[in-house]
Write a protein that binds this ligand. Sequence first.
Ligand code: C2E
Ligand code: MG
Ligand code: MG
Length: 690
Amino acid sequence: MRPGLGAKFTLTVLTILAGTMAVSTFYSLNTSSRFYEEQLVERGHALGGLIALVSPEAILGFDYLLLNNYTREVSSQQDVVYGVIMSPQGTPISAHIKDSDPVIKKYFAGQKSNDIQKLLERLNGRAELIQLEFPIAHNGVLLGRFLVGISRQSLQNEFRRQLIIQVLVLTALVLFLSAAIHVVFRFNVLFPIRKLMAASQKVGRGQYTLVEVKSTDELGMLARAFNAMIEEIRREQANLHRQANFDLLTGLPNRMMALDRIGQEINRARRARQRFAMFFIDLDNFKDVNDSLGHAVGDDLLVATGVRVRATLRDADTVARLGGDEFLVLAPDVVNEAQVEEIADRLIKAISEPQDLNGRKVVARCSVGIALYPDNGESVETLMANADNAMYQAKATGQGSAKFFTEEMNIRLRERMQMEQDLNLAIELGQLALNFQPIFSTAGQHHRGAEVLLRWHHPEKGTISPAVFIPLAEATGQIVGIGDWVLEQAFRSLSSWRDRGISPGFLAVNISRIQFKKRLSKRLAELMSIYQVPSTALELEITESVLLDDHSQIAEELTALRSIGMTLSLDDFGTGYSSLSYLKRFKFDVLKIDRSFVAGLPDSPDDVSLVKAILAMANGLDLRVVAEGVENNDQLSFLTMQGCDLAQGYLLGKPMSREAYLSYLTNLQAGSAALPPSANRNERTIGSSS
Ligand code: C2E
Ligand code: MG
Ligand code: MG
């Protein structure tokens, strides 16, 4: 186990403390022992000085008894081991040895210390003794010497005792101080550090807890800085959470959050054995609002939609913005379809309530797709996909409608996907072909040209109507390649017929809105130069939907088309949106009355007045008019009488294959194909595929 900070700190303090105290103790012991030794020496000197002073008289008087008293007295002193008075020649005159002293015992164990000289020799230089010598003189004559030996034993004993006491005190002190320092360090440093460590580890686990700040010291400052950092992280986290889970514009949960909520709702509903409904709401033609009123108004509409939807629902319901103009509503605990339908109606009504946006009155419409749990799926993905599918079906039905998901929708979706894949290979596999439907002048019924109509001969499904696959190709973008192929085929046909000396009149080609955005004029100019076909040989049929897109871009492209001499025809007139304003804004040459208006002629008063009005207006705007779907002579007579220039329909000729149209043109040119009586007109449309 690695020592912790506390152990390291305490150990360091302990070592320093023990070291300094040991040095100081050693020093003080040394000093005191030196002082004690000096005292011993001083005592020796005092004794020696005294004996040297009193002895001459006894020596001169040969009073050995007195001398013996002196040496005995000296030896009886504490620590004194021996006292000897020597003659100047070195012969002991009087001596007293303390036999009981441990030093004497050590060097003369069991022996009698009678031989003073031998004894002194043995003791000479011993560390245990302080040996002092004093001259005894009288009137300048040396009478003898006094030798005294003082034991250091008590000094050493005292030193040892002191040492033990000091070591014990020192140890106790060091231990106490260490413990005290450790406790202080633990409470003031380790605890706060551990708290910080724990809080930091929690940060690693994504938990952001504040630590208690108790002091104003560096650790307190560190804790405060840590808390500030945690607060900042919390703020950032909250910010990130908002950005990741909420839509910034409407403040509603975003797709991520919506998916999460659906997951939760599935779990809840499964446990509670309940049903819930999921609504996919998509605003209709939201792009138009953006294009015509600007993005700021578009944003306002989205915000307002969010607010309206929220206000329509219960608190327990979830509203989210999935992106763009798509919203999602989750309504938990629904009992039956009628209840769900009622919610959908409320949603549609709330959204379509007229509103004032930036001074403009806007009526938003929406399409709603509904999927029910568990009926239409038990996973987030299935429910989302099915609600989305139902929404597309609602959109196809018409604006402002809601549709429940049905299994049949999925079958249709799968078919659609299969068709999309098949369509990818259709050109390559030669499954696409052009048909031509003749267009006649009503006056005199002369052939003027033909409309080019695309056909898809599917190997399994037979001939698929362009009304089915063109919208699909538009949705997937495949129309760009297909449209270009149609144009090229039309040019090729014109060029080859002209080469054979046949004058085919004009060819009217249908152009999709998607194609229109891809610099169509440039491509047409290119084809005209490749196939050496003049612009008068071609007409472009454009539906009103083209004109819904970005106006400036459309106007620019229309101008470019006019500048290369293209004839522009407005197809399916009357079925679209605000046709009259478009006619005013964009310049067209031809107007095609949709066959739905021709069908009721001449009996339906509505169709009669509508067609009359269109013709009058076209006349005023100097537009040629083609009536589509002319199927009987009554219609033709009416149109002729009302001054409609051109007609197209089964009565005059059905769409026919390229070969059939070529032989039709050849016959026409040979004069054998003057327009026959109406009874057998249909027989002439040989090769018709419709
Ligand atoms: P559209 O341009 O309005 O074409 C006229 C449609 O009316 C054609 O349908 C034609 O066959 C049909 N029709 C003509 N006369 C009569 C009649 O007397 N009675 C009836 N009941 N129908 C008649 P079709 O060929 O099915 O084409 C449908 C639509 O598909 C076209 O409508 C056009 O919008 C689109 N389409 C066809 N070919 C192309 C193409 O090459 N490119 C693009 N973008 N769209 C095309
Ligand atoms: Mg057309
Ligand atoms: Mg049409």
